[in-house]
Design a protein around this ligand. Structure first.
Ligand code: T4K
Length: 387
């Protein structure tokens, strides 16, 4: 049998093993055991147990904020956040996000109004918000897509002018820091996700960050069926609580965020080096003046210039067991539930429509090896024009 060189063996192994768009960053299991033993011993599994309290406190410290409400996931956090702020009528939001952003509005009986996005940040375009405001508008719900911060000052100026609330979907933005102020204290609330695909994970999980103690209390009630005490229900609450297992994992995982981001930065720099400047492929350097988290590594593929379309590249990668994702295609505004809304018309959303057709998120996680990044780029660059 033909002997493979070490290099070929490693390449073969890598090309055989699937490379997913992301992998969770889990702490060493043995470090979690003492917490699990404590949970088993105490038998307090949920309802604001001691791990929940510690994680809430330590997360607030980590994010440099005063008030954090933990949740079972970010979707419930968005739904409860909207209810807590008593948002109704219409909310201006982005079609370029995970569908949960808009679903949270729908679950509150709010009409989503889609606003086009900026072609540099992929976030809601603040210059297009005002034209969408009507007497029914009560809030703006932008998303810090891929962890790249929205233009928070411009958005706040519009909100102040028209008396609107601002709810940030910060699901991708864990640990992102901007200059001179705290990203999570912009707007009225920010919502984080700790889903298994996020850089900081509690399997499922999420949190609301508020600036206001009264609002924090109302959210605490609403996420626990509305109970203010054993006999008083203050509103149409839900069960949105994070359990003790999730909280124990989150508490421990805070120690590992820095390392995860450092690993992602190495991978991102290598992608940038190998794909930046390739005709027909657009890569994005980290936003300036911020401490970025490298939540995703999106590229845009211009089929005409590159010679292969985004979908051809996506399929070719799959043939090599590389599973990139087209976050965010299709646009939420193109989904059957939302496409009949007046604001969902494609001509209103030219930038979002163009980007959704071209975007591909490449594998991105701290443990991604340089060799694997090289392999992914090789598959993209050396794929045959025709198959
Ligand atoms: N707002 C925004 C802007 C969001 O992006 C999200 C969630 C939300 C709100 C709602 O947050 P949560 O309610 O979920 O807390 C994923 C996630 O399910 C979703 O949470 C996430 N955004 C979205 C961007 O991506 P899929 O359908 O792409 O996930 P899936 O299962 O195909 O996973 C992708 C890859 O990740 C897999 O091929 C392998 C890897 N993976 C995944 C999981 C779940 C793992 O290695 N381990 C895992 O446990 O939606």
């Amino acid at each position: 049998m033909e002997e493979l060189s070490i290099d070929e063996q490693v390449t073969k192994k890598i090309s055989d093993a699937p490379i997913y768009v992301t992998r969770p960053n889990l702490p060493p299991l043995e470090r979690l055991y003492p917490s699990l033993e404590a949970i088993w011993e105490k038998k307090i599994l949920t309802n604001n147990g001691s791990f929940h309290q510690s994680f809430e406190r330590e997360l607030a410290r980590y994010l440099e904020v005063k008030h954090v409400n933990l949740f079972a996931n970010a979707t419930l956090a968005l739904i409860v956040g909207l209810e807590a702020l008593r948002i109704s009528g219409e909310v201006i939001t982005t079609p370029y996000s995970f569908v949960a952003t808009t679903h949270a509005l729908q679950w509150n009986g709010i009409t989503p109004v889609f606003c086009d996005i900026d072609d540099r940040t992929f976030n809601i375009d603040p210059d297009k918000i005002e034209a969408l405001i009507t007497p029914r508008t009560s809030a703006v719900m932008p998303v810090h897509v891929y962890g790249r911060p929205c233009e928070v000052d411009k958005i706040q100026a519009i909100a102040d002018k028209y008396g609107l609330k601002v709810i940030y979907d910060a699901a991708h933005a864990f640990a992102v820091r901007i200059k001179d102020k705290n990203l999570f204290l912009q707007g009225d609330i920010s919502v984080l996700s700790f889903h298994g695909t996020k850089l900081f994970t509690t399997f499922e999980g999420g949190a609301i960050i508020t600036k206001d103690e009264k609002l924090k209390r109302r959210i605490d009630f609403l996420k626990n069926f509305g109970f203010a005490d054993e006999v008083t229900v203050v509103g149409p609450g839900i069960n949105g609580k994070m359990n003790e297992f999730q909280a124990a994992l989150g508490l421990l995982s805070l120690e590992y965020v820095k390392h995860e981001i450092e690993g992602r930065e190495v991978a991102a720099n290598l992608y940038q080096h190998l794909l930046g400047g390739v005709n027909g492929i657009t890569t994005f350097a980290p936003p300036e003046d911020i401490s970025y988290n490298y939540a995703h590594f999106p590229i845009l593929i211009d089929g005409g210039e590159f010679g292969r379309s985004r979908d051809q590249v996506y399929e070719e990668l799959k043939r090599h067991s590389v599973f990139g994702r087209r976050y965010f295609y299709p646009l939420i505004s193109d989904m059957p539930t939302y496409r009949n809304l007046p604001s969902a018309r494609k001509e209103n959303l030219p930038v979002a429509s163009k980007i959704a057709e071209r975007v591909l998120c490449l594998p991105m996680y701290g443990a991604l090896e340089p060799r694997e990044v090289e392999f992914v780029c090789d598959c993209i660059l050396n794929m045959p024009t025709r198959r």
